[in-house]
Design a protein around this ligand. Sequence first.
Ligand code: ZN
Length: 222
Amino acid sequence: MTSYHHSIDGQSSALPVGKVVCVGRNYAEHAKELNNPIPTEPVLFIKPSTALVGLGSTISIPQRFGACHFETEMAILIGDRLQQCDALQAEAAVVGVGVALDLTLRDLQTQLKEKSLPWEKAKAFDGACPISPFVSPVRVGDLQNQTIQLHQNSVLKQDGHTTDMLTHVIPLLVYISQFFTLLPGDVLLTGTPAGVGPLAAGDHLTVSLGKVISQSVIVSRD
Ligand code: ZN
């Protein structure tokens, strides 16, 4: 695997590369499109640090496990230890904002869900979390006033807005820290808006968050 390191505002960061805590079904329209109920509290899962790869000029997807879907999500880089934190501590710990793809082996996930088994193989495989370079939060502005978009081969597939998150970033961090201690270098993925779909080798993607992040990516075979 390529070795991934965090960067902020174009500078490589000394923060270690930690776990990725993800939130499922954090946009009502996405929950509906997969026929899932709208949750009454956040649905959490974790990708290990080995899932992180740079969302650079190319990403590779597994070919052997059925459909691999894109889910475009705002990503938050954590700079402080958060354990049973409050909102002020959570806010102070946000040191970077980025955009990530929560790659999901949808056929495998569906099989696992049908058997009431954990999703890990579908969500936590090597390379399952391509992530952009981070931008400092002051450059991004209001975390809950950002567009989030994915174009696939010039077609707009995902066109969301972070104000529509069922649980916003700071309350999410407070909630997560009741269960999992967040460490410097950990990442939060905040859920995907509607419009998810399968990737194919050769696809050209443009992934963007607000006015500050836009990444162009070609999908290759692994
Ligand atoms: Zn997701």
